[in-house]
Design a protein around this ligand. Structure first.
Ligand SMILES: *Cc1c(COP(=O)(O)O)cnc(C)c1O
Length: 341
């Protein structure tokens, strides 16, 4: 039994999901004639109470499209220093949109309305880049799956409105936040100009993300997706995996959260673990004693067929997901409890 806790992207479609995908009705989505894609887009737009949604092959492309939608070359966006759009999208912010980032020192990847307010460049001071967009992540990836306070997000939106900025949510793990905090997705629809959500993290679909917004913005997004090479043909097979995931795999995210919390409690009791960051969802970040080191810890678990990842500087990460079942969890719990160095 190999247990992969490196990421929530390692899941494979369940037999039921695969069966549903096989039966999907498909057409040419570049002609907007794929019934499964159209159904998924309608479904996700409705979840957030927004007008329209567009299917993308990846979350990166959905985010990059949003940034392109809301900026002009030379502009600046505001984000936390851990932001995926800045750190893990290959420099696409500058490559695709010619935009720079003002990075803020947030709390576990989360920034405040006051921080945003003070990071906006004076639009009359033409020497500085024009601030046009604020991007936040919920849950935060490098912040350890932390969830925003919805009220703070609403305050940031107010700041955006006061300064004529757009507000984008990188919601790759928004489903986790919605479940953990029992929030209404429609509140998110009212708070953001655009939202990207992922089907292949946590929900267990093999491929796909969506960008959600108003109809006019999605119309413009369609052209940008085409330019980026994201127009796909009979992609309804993939969309069907997403539909199945949304119908069956959202509520169960609570199990992932429980297991991550249980692992955190065990790690916190081990003498060679220096610090365990608070766990709100399915990501668990902890620090190992420098005398042991990251690599030795990873190796030791690997010998027990448990795979986790290092983040550098003594930090390690565990991510729970759909394919991490209760039997595996019991095994990992026991393995961690017996761990010695
Ligand atoms: C994974 C991730 C993305 C990008 O998704 P891909 O589908 O891998 O391109 C964007 N934002 C966050 C926070 C992520 O964790």
């Amino acid at each position: 039994m190999e247990i992969n806790l490196v990421s929530d992207t390692v899941t494979k479609p369940t037999p039921e999901m695969l069966e549903y995908m096989f039966k999907a009705e498909v057409g040419d989505d570049v002609y907007k004639q794929d019934p499964s894609i159209n159904a998924l887009q309608r479904m996700v737009a409705n979840v957030f109470g927004m007008e329209d949604a567009l299917f993308f092959p990846s979350g990166t492309m959905a985010n990059q499209t949003a940034i392109k939608l809301h900026t002009q070359p030379g502009d600046q966006l505001i984000a936390d220093k851990y932001a995926h759009v800045f750190n893990f999208e290959g420099g696409g912010v500058s490559f695709n949109s010619g935009v720079s980032c003002k990075l803020l020192e947030g709390d576990r990847g989360m920034i405040t309305a006051a921080q945003v307010e003070s990071a906006i460049n004076n639009p009359e001071f033409y020497h500085s880049p024009k601030t046009s967009l604020v991007c936040v992540e919920n849950t935060t990836n490098m912040g350890g799956g932390a969830c925003y306070d919805l009220n703070e997000l609403k305050k940031i939106r107010q700041v955006c409105d006061n300064h004529n900025l757009k507000f984008h949510l990188d919601g790759a793990r928004l489903w986790n936040a919605l479940v953990a905090k029992r929030e209404n997705p429609k509140e998110y629809g009212q708070t953001f100009h655009t939202i990207s959500v992922c089907l292949s993290k946590g929900l267990g679909a093999p491929v796909g993300s969506l960008l959600v917004s108003d109809a006019a913005t999605i119309e413009r997004a369609l052209r940008i997706r085409k330019i980026l090479g994201g127009g796909m043909r009979q992609a309804g097979y993939l969309a069907a995996g997403g539909i199945y995931a949304l119908q069956h795999h959202v509520g169960r995210l609570a199990e992932d959260h429980r297991r991550a919390k249980e692992l955190a409690q065990i790690l916190a009791q081990l003498p060679f673990i220096r610090k365990v960051e608070p766990v709100e969802t399915n990501i668990l970040i902890f620090e190992i004693d420098s005398r042991i080191g990251e690599q030795a810890f990873i190796e030791k678990l690997k010998q027990k067929n448990i795979h986790i990842s290092g983040l550098g500087q003594g930090k390690l990460r565990i991510v729970t997901h759909l394919d991490y079942r209760e039997v595996m969890h019991s095994y990992v719990v026991e393995a961690l409890q017996k761990l010695t160095f």
